[in-house]
Design a binder for this molecule. Structure first.
Ligand SMILES: Cc1cc2nc3c(=O)[nH]c(=O)nc-3n(C[C@H](O)[C@H](O)[C@H](O)COP(=O)(O)O)c2cc1C
Length: 240
């Protein structure tokens, strides 16, 4: 029962190297509109997308977060969690406005993520490629200034899009049984983690990053969480 859509989804591999080719404006609009068709919490559509395409702005963002995909992308789409429009809608009816808190943060970041994944799939279905760049959150405040993000908005990630310079191999995921459970949760053994480390080692071969999958997880979760995100959310009125 594999159809063309499932084939596109199964062929996904992040692309970080692009040719100099552009994505025609009408094609990009088609791709983004396909993304915007994603489900959204109560139809609130609590996100905005900043299409960065000039060399000047791409260079400014690259300076903050030096990943080559930002500079080389035809378009660097910054997905922004957005309760700024919600403020305006709320003010039509009441002077009270409470945008802060984790639930509201989840509403906007889940909405943005669903749309963004749809955008990437639509792009891939047309032969383009891309990669999410979440590390821009390390420079959330500086990026917000570059993009003129107002109160009640925050950058979630960028999506670098363009024509792939080469097609990458599909990265193996954890085994189905380690992620998908029948009826109830199944805690996983260390053996499952070690086996996946080994699977990733074999997959990466010469391209190995120098650390194992579990070591990269330890680097993330074995140290206190990044403070740039929280500080920026507080500055934008989204967290106390
Ligand atoms: C929210 C999010 C943020 C990401 N941020 C980065 C990033 O900053 N830099 C990068 O090179 N890849 C980034 N990635 C890409 C992941 O590393 C990649 O999706 C993962 O290794 C799986 O590889 P694949 O997409 O090729 O299957 C990000 C992915 C997601 C979903």
């Amino acid at each position: 029962m594999v159809n063309d859509m499932i084939k596109v989804m199964q062929a996904h591999a992040s692309v970080r190297n692009f040719t100099i080719d552009k994505i025609p404006a009408d094609t990009l609009k088609l791709i983004i509109d396909a993304g915007r068709a994603a489900s959204t919490w109560k139809n609130f559509q609590s996100y905005s997308i900043i299409n960065v395409h000039t060399a000047e702005t791409k260079a400014k963002i690259f300076e903050l977060q030096p990943q080559k995909s930002i500079k080389n992308a035809a378009n660097f789409l910054v997905f922004v969690g957005d309760l700024n429009r919600a403020e305006k809608a709320t003010k039509l009816h009441t002077d009270q406005f409470f945008p802060e808190g984790t639930e509201n943060l989840l509403i906007s970041s889940v909405d943005a993520s669903l749309a963004a994944q749809n955008v990437l799939l639509a792009a891939e279905s047309l032969g383009y490629g891309g990669v999410f760049v979440g590390l821009i959150r390390e420079q959330a405040a500086e990026l917000s200034a570059v993009l003129h993000l107002p109160d009640y908005t925050y950058p979630i990630f960028g999506l670098a899009l363009g024509v792939p310079a080469r097609q990458n191999d599909v990265k193996p995921r954890l085994p189905y049984e380690a992620v998908v459970f029948d009826e109830r949760y199944q805690e996983q053994s260390e053996e499952v983690i070690k086996a996946y480390d080994q699977m990733q080692r074999v997959f990466a071969g010469d391209r190995r990053l120098g650390s194992d999958w579990s070591e990269r997880i330890a680097a993330q979760f074995g140290t206190p969480s990044q403070t740039a995100t929280l500080a920026n959310l507080q500055d934008k009125g989204l967290m106390k």
